[in-house]
Design a protein around this ligand. Structure first.
Ligand SMILES: Cc1cc2nc3c(=O)[nH]c(=O)nc-3n(C[C@H](O)[C@H](O)[C@H](O)COP(=O)(O)O)c2cc1C
Length: 146
């Protein structure tokens, strides 16, 4: 199964905190034969996950209740993915990710997806969401004097 979702950060996470989260997640993913890519930046997360259905369903449940992020929005679910897109790491972290990198991951996933993929958000809607969030961050940074 393959999942792509985005969510909003609820708390500032510096590089050390994110690396810590990703290392713990990678250890769990390895045990469950899950591989994934996590982008963090612009106040958002974008994560692509692949693995056995039961294991990914269980992780998806946990992710939706994780208070480190909110507005967890599914972009794509594929119960019968055409093999892994990113076979290697149990969780690759990219931070800080730029809006272009967000769109590049979504584009790669779309290019790889087969007809079983169910998309619930298109590329334009994702671009608008990333753009809004990046602007909100810029304004917050400007207001804080930085
Ligand atoms: C943005 C984000 C991405 C995450 N990615 C994963 C992941 O790939 N694998 C994983 O096991 N946990 C991941 N987690 C952590 C899970 O939400 C959850 O904390 C973890 O599975 C442990 O759950 P438990 O504390 O209820 O045992 C992620 C959390 C966040 C906020």
């Amino acid at each position: 199964m393959q999942l792509l979702y985005c969510s909003r950060k609820t708390r500032p996470m510096d590089e050390a905190a994110l690396t810590d989260l990703a290392e713990q997640a990678a250890r769990r993913n390895a045990r469950h034969r899950i591989s994934g890519t996590l982008l963090a930046g612009c106040g958002l997360y974008l994560q692509f996950l692949e693995g056995p259905v039961a294991e990914l369903d269980a992780l998806w449940d946990q992710l939706q209740h994780d208070r480190r992020h909110t507005r967890v929005q599914l972009l794509m679910k594929n119960l019968r993915g055409a093999g892994r897109l990113y076979p290697a790491p149990p969780l690759a972290l990219l931070y800080p990710a730029t809006p272009l990198q967000f769109m590049a991951l979504a584009r790669d996933v779309r290019a790889h997806a087969n007809a079983h993929a169910k998309w619930t958000m298109d590329a334009h809607a994702l671009a608008a969401l990333v753009d809004r969030s990046a602007r909100r961050r810029e304004r917050a940074g400007a207001a804080a004097g930085g």
